[in-house]
Design a binder for this molecule. Structure first.
Ligand code: NDP
Length: 294
């Protein structure tokens, strides 16, 4: 029998807190990075109940954890329990990554950088000067809208079921980054014109996610054009109905796996202070795409 010496008394721990967490592929991503890089870190998940978030955060500090990720539904609520949050995380209204340093918790948002990096890697294009439609007005939509404005997008239009949530994002981005965001309610007929006229269409809702894979956030919209780049933040399934419909029209399609991968990479770099080498990242991403069965 071989002894298992992968975890020792020196192993540093990183964790994910959220609810639910069982489905998360973050442990696979982070533990793969540690294995590739030969770094003595182990990544685990903890399901935290609604009223236990503050206690969990205090507990993590008492345990001297190296850092942690936060997922649904706590990305916003966590902000008030941290000692300091980055300017971008505050603009995006969400923290997904926390680093522990000298007795203090520092909050960051790596989702938006993850989105941008995956968009660039998969299309070779930038967001500068582009006309972008974002469907949804939750945490993912806000991070993407803020990033697109920082990248000097020409126009950003947010389409959401609840108009007030889209208006809230428009106000934050227009007042703090660049006056470039307008919004429409999904029901509004003008939202179809927006989809028609956009160069990049992004689904940032959970519509179409497993197990409800038969739905699309744009319903039976038939207007996709082959010049459009269509991005879905969902990665399970790998090809949502939204992406399948866009692909039929000849569009360039991208799913959310790259965003997930690169937000993990940026988080890892924050925790360890190590810049992960490009060639290793490229190989790792190829292996992950091939081997993660979604
Ligand atoms: P939120 O709960 O903050 O927002 C959900 C959004 O989806 C809202 O705009 C909501 O509209 C809309 N929505 C949900 N259900 C419906 C429905 N039945 N009809 C119409 N609109 C609906 O979620 P997040 O922004 O955190 O996450 C959104 C998606 O992004 C999820 O699928 C998540 O897994 C994915 N994600 C992917 C990441 C990645 O790395 N690839 C990173 C982060 C998120 P309303 O405002 O009207 O309620």
């Amino acid at each position: 029998m071989h002894i298992d010496n992968r975890i020792s008394g020196k192993t540093k721990i990183i964790c994910l807190i959220g609810n639910p967490v069982e489905h998360s592929i973050s442990p696979i991503l982070h533990n793969t990075i540690s294995r590739f890089m030969d770094i003595d870190l182990a990544y685990v998940t903890f399901k935290v109940e609604k009223n236990d978030l503050e206690t969990a955060v205090k507990g993590l500090k008492a345990l001297n954890i190296q850092g942690f990720n936060i997922t649904v539904p706590y990305k916003k609520e966590i902000i008030k329990y941290l000692d300091e949050n980055s300017k971008n995380a505050l603009l995006m209204g969400a923290v997904n990554t926390v680093k522990y340093m000298d007795g203090r918790f520092y909050g960051y948002n790596t989702d938006a950088d993850g989105f941008l990096r995956s968009f660039r890697e998969e299309t070779g294009e930038s967001l500068m000067g582009r006309k972008i439609a974002i469907i949804g007005a939750g945490g993912a939509a806000r991070a993407i809208a803020a990033k697109a404005a920082m990248e000097d997008a020409k126009e950003i239009c947010i389409i959401n079921r609840t108009l007030s949530k889209a208006q809230e994002i428009a106000e934050v981005v227009n007042n703090n980054i660049k006056k470039t965001v307008s919004c429409f309610c999904t029901e509004d007929a003008n939202s179809l014109d927006v989809l028609d006229e956009s160069e990049i269409i992004i689904n940032a809702t959970s519509i179409g996610m497993y197990p409800e894979t038969e739905f699309s956030p744009v319903g039976s919209f038939k207007g996709f054009k082959k010049e459009q780049i269509v991005y879905d933040v969902i990665y399970n399934p790998g090809k949502t109905k939204f992406l399948a419909d866009a692909e039929k029209a000849g569009c360039t399609i991208i799913n959310g796996l790259g965003m997930l991968f690169y937000q993990a990479v940026y988080a890892y770099e924050i925790w360890t202070g190590i810049k992960l080498p490009e060639d290793i990242l490229k190989n790792m991403y190829i292996s992950i795409k091939e081997q993660i069965n979604i």
